[in-house]
Design a protein around this ligand. Structure first.
Ligand SMILES: Nc1nc2c(ncn2[C@@H]2O[C@H](COP(=O)(O)OP(=O)(O)O)[C@@H](O)[C@H]2O)c(=O)[nH]1
Ligand SMILES: [Mg+2]
Length: 361
């Protein structure tokens, strides 16, 4: 029997991981077996650690997006199938990734028709970002977000708790202007509005049926390369208890002061001490506490992971994050013991498959 697989895309910070973990928890609660596949251009992911923390079954595709590493993506999906026999696999592609119909969904359908049943493509669109920046293809990041909407079969309009009824009508209109065929599901992770509708799309047997939309790969590559991509891990030990919340908040606040809010795709921090865990995010200049395990106070051996995707040169971003970590640690009187990090601009996308409907056998 084939395994149901849903690809849940959308721009960085739109709410993919939050939605996917909610879906996984709901499905698990209904007695279903669920596997997740996370994805990043680098290594050391806040999202994966968050998934593990919730006790979910997570595989990762690292050092490249699903499309460029399609064989790794397949290997992850098969590992989940062999290990868990999941009813559903939920896969989160890198937020700057688009052309998913041609590079992931078509290959799954055409090359592996008996192994997987592919759900219609779901794309998250951040209501707050659209209200602030609009949907336009002039800005370089706008090219990616617009194409993501063009290829969506379902647009999950996230964070609707942050917008009023009038704004919601405007947002619907703006999305329909880009893609008149898509269905729109207003969604909030705060109220869970829309969650049942997304679950229905995944549970139904209906397969993805949308034809890929053209995109110029030079423009796509330039848009991705505008982003600095930082992943870092910092280790330290605290003899006395310290305020983990304050540490994460200071760190993100420091990063926020260095960049224009619209340039911050997202920055995330996860701190895991011997006694607690905190996850916090910075999107568009706003800091949110996403999850706290235990109390806000940490103690003993601690791991701090930072992921930041910001329009910047890699050099400037690396410097800004390192300085932010240093200042934040000093503010709670902690000393760093060890760290490793990586910062780069994503290289041009070179998909393993690109099936546009014209060139397959
Ligand atoms: N207010 C609000 N915040 C949300 C919602 N969904 C996600 N977020 C927040 O948006 C930030 C980015 O979410 P995340 O799931 O990590 O985005 P991803 O980069 O697309 O995986 C986090 O701070 C989330 O808590 C929502 O529906 N409403
Ligand atoms: Mg994510």
């Amino acid at each position: 029997m084939s395994t149901r697989i849903a690809i849940i895309g959308g721009f960085l910070g739109a709410g993919k991981t939050t939605l996917i973990t909610k879906l996984a928890q709901r499905l698990t609660g209904e007695g279903k077996r669920v596997g997740l596949i996370m994805n990043d251009q680098g290594e050391v992911l806040v999202d994966t650690n968050y998934g593990y923390g919730l006790g979910l079954e997570v595989e990762e595709v690292l050092r490249g997006c699903f499309c460029c590493r399609f064989p790794d993506f397949m290997a992850s999906a098969r590992t989940l199938v062999d290990r868990k026999g999941p009813d559903v696999i939920l896969a989160e592609p890198v937020g700057s990734c688009t052309d998913l119909l041609a590079t992931i969904i078509a290959p799954l359908k055409i090359v592996y028709p008996n192994e997987f049943s592919v759900a219609p493509l779901i794309i998250l669109v951040d209501s707050a970002r659209v209200l602030k920046d609009g949907i336009e293809a002039h800005s370089i990041g706008g090219v990616l977000r617009t194409h993501q909407i063009e290829e969506a079969e379902y647009v999950v309009l996230s964070k609707v708790d942050l917008v009023g009824t009038k704004d919601l009508a405007r947002l619907r209109k703006a999305i329909k202007a880009v893609n008149p065929d898509c269905k729109i599901i207003p969604y909030s992770s705060v109220t869970d509005d829309g969650l049942d509708r997304v679950l229905k799309v995944i549970a139904a047997r209906k397969s993805s049926a949308r034809a890929p939309k053209p995109i110029d790969y030079d423009t796509y590559a330039r848009a991705e390369a505008e982003l600095g991509w930082y992943n870092g891990r910092y280790l330290f030990s605290a003899k006395d208890r310290y305020d983990t919340y304050e540490l994460a908040n200071q760190l993100l606040r420091q990063i926020a002061t260095q960049f224009d809010p619209s340039d911050i795709a997202h920055a995330k921090v996860m701190i895991k001490s011997e006694t607690n865990a905190v996850k916090m995010s910075l999107v568009l200049g706003n800091i949110t506490v996403d999850a706290v395990g235990g109390s806000r106070y940490g103690n003993g051996s601690t791991e701090l992971i930072v992921n930041a995707r910001i329009i910047s040169t890699p050099e400037r971003l690396r410097e800004a994050v390192r300085e932010a970590v240093e200042l934040a640690m000093a503010s709670v009187h902690l000393n760093l013991e060890r760290s490793e990090d990586d910062c780069f601009a994503p290289s041009p996308p070179r998909p393993h498959y690109r099936m546009t409907g014209k060139d397959e056998p």
